[in-house]
Ligand binder design. Structure first.
Ligand code: ASP
Length: 329
């Protein structure tokens, strides 16, 4: 039998409640196997509670603790499953991918839109899929949801109602679970594990550009010790450069050695700062394009890159966004 470790961090999957009281984290017990005895047929499973949080309460220090637990456990199991709330699962999956660049077996996050104890739930299928995928030769941090395995650092939660909550709009699924399990050919080759580096810089600000955004609000952020900015710009990475221009803010941030990374508000297509004047003015001011990366991946990668950077932060961030660490672009 393959061996799988389930690390529980919280989320709807193990919650109870609902109408009229809000869903809230429940006491997690070995009930998991009482609810879903079939799991014992998939693998020899051990489980551990790391946290029991609604994932909207996850913080960067939780990612580091989780990554450390995965890093320590991975050599002893065929794969690790992380039970997690859906709300910030794409951030955690991205952070894990960047904190654990060397993995040689699967780390599969999963969760559910409805709790496991309910009759009509997606939790059973997602958990069974996640545990099966954790036994397969897939050396990636993935999200198992809606009969697919998605690359974690390219995923976004796109649906708060439907059972197919996640998508990777610019990356095909790593695996699809139909009558058979089809593993795609773009799954990364195993990378030899490296020593765990827990450094992370949480003082990153993500801002969505919109018509009318007053640049003085961003200048204010520079004064409260922000260490890096992810600007979700329009289309191919364009920012306003006429009225309410954001270009002086980018210049000022870069002068203070605060990297400004530009991601796109579009789910598909790449940031190309040379395509329009708004992008090229931002690039001249020092902005760094995030290519096809999601905002979730850009924010978490910037946090990890800044955590590891020495003196020249803008240079370190530029270097980090030049190449993929875990298939994120
Ligand atoms: N609020 C929940 C969470 O992210 C939602 C879910 O799990 O689906 O923990």
């Amino acid at each position: 039998m393959p061996r799988v470790l389930i690390l529980h961090t919280g989320g709807t999957l193990m919650m109870r409640g609902g109408d009229p009281s809000p869903l809230a984290p429940d006491v997690y017990t070995s009930d998991l196997f009482a609810e879903l005895p079939v799991l014992r047929k998939v693998a020899e499973i051990e489980s551990r509670i790391l946290f029991n949080l609604d994932s909207s309460d996850m913080q960067p220090h939780h990612w580091v603790e989780l990554a450390a637990a995965v890093h320590a456990s991975l050599p002893k199991y065929d794969g690790v499953v992380v039970v997690h709330g859906t709300d910030t699962m794409a951030y955690t999956a991205s952070a894990l991918a960047f904190l654990l660049p060397g993995i040689d077996r699967p780390v599969v996050l999963t969760g559910a839109q409805r709790p496991l104890v309910e009759v009509r739930t997606d939790a059973r299928a997602n958990l069974v899929d996640a545990c099966m995928l954790a036994t397969m030769p897939i050396a990636e941090v993935g999200i198992a949801f809606g009969s697919k395995l998605l690359r974690g650092c390219r995923a976004s939660k796109l649906d708060a109602w439907g059972m197919n909550a996640f998508a990777t709009p610019s990356c095909a699924p790593l695996a699809e679970l139909g009558v058979t399990v089809e593993i795609a050919s773009h799954v990364l080759a195993p990378r030899p594990p490296t020593a765990f580096d827990p450094r992370i810089e949480p003082r990153v600000l993500a801002v969505r550009a919109f018509p009318g955004l007053d640049p003085r609000l961003l200048i204010g952020a520079l004064r409260v010790d922000v260490k890096g900015i992810v600007l979700e710009a329009f289309g191919a990475g364009n920012v306003p450069h006429l009225e309410n221009s954001l270009v002086p803010v980018i210049e000022e941030a870069t002068r203070r050695d605060i990297p400004v990374v530009i991601a796109s508000q579009c789910a598909r297509g790449a940031v190309d700062l040379s395509r329009y004047e708004g992008g090229s003015a931002a690039a001249k001011a020092g902005a760094i394009g995030a290519g096809t990366m999601t905002s979730e991946a850009a924010v978490t990668k910037l946090m990890v890159a800044l955590g590891r950077a020495g003196e020249h932060k803008v240079g370190a961030a530029r270097e980090a966004f030049r190449s993929a660490w875990a298939g994120e672009m």
